[in-house]
Design a protein around this ligand. Structure first.
Ligand code: MN3
Length: 198
């Protein structure tokens, strides 16, 4: 039961001008494909082949570095593609907006905190909005770690994630990570985030 590289719901150029087509193509067809293949190789012919990705991540401290890095990479990028859309942007509504207001004060306060988590993650990693026992939290993780992992500092269900590896933005934004972070808000699909919030 090998993991499969998920197809995107939109074309590589669909998130222009915020995320450029070349970055999207390399990111999906090379990086995400690489994590997927390497995850499959790392679990091949072991009992891990029958586990779900969530099950693997939730017990990741028991497994190899290859499963941790590539299992995280497989899951994180799937979430990332899912929560973006060419019709994205704007602000959330309903229960999700209420929860954001309650946990962070306002949407603007939430955005500032998330941006700070993304901008200050040293080196490669991810910024996250996490649901934890009814609360919302912002956190960041190094490398391909994520909040589902049993060894994460802040654990919970990620409902929004931003890849801040240089491969996610360097072709268009070079060293200007804050510009990439700001552009991301134009492509967030809040309906998808709300679905994960539940
Ligand atoms: Mn990436």
């Amino acid at each position: 039961m090998a993991f499969e590289l998920p197809k995107l719901a939109y074309d590589y150029n669909a998130l222009e001008p915020y995320i450029d087509a070349q970055t999207m193509e390399i990111h999906h067809s090379k990086h995400h494909a690489g994590y997927t293949n390497n995850l499959n190789n790392a679990i091949k012919d072991s009992e891990l082949e029958n586990k779900s990705i969530e099950d693997l991540l939730g017990n990741i401290s028991n497994y190899s570095v290859a499963v941790r890095n590539n299992g995280g990479g497989f899951y994180n990028h799937k979430l990332f593609w899912d929560i973006m859309s060419p019709k994205g942007g704007g602000e959330p509504s309903g229960d999700l907006l209420n929860a954001i207001d309650k946990n962070f004060g306002s949407f603007v306060d939430f955005k500032n905190l998330f941006n700070k988590a993304a901008a200050t993650r040293f080196g490669s990693g991810w910024a996250w909005l996490v649901k934890q026992e009814g609360k919302l939290l912002i956190t960041s993780t190094p490398n391909q770690d994520n909040p589902l992992m049993d060894l994460a500092e802040v654990k919970g269900t990620p409902i929004l994630g931003l890849d801040v590896w240089e491969h996610a933005y360097y072709l268009k934004y070079q060293n200007k990570r804050p510009d990439y972070i700001e552009a991301f808000w134009n492509v967030i699909d809040w309906d998808q985030v709300a679905k994960r919030f539940g």
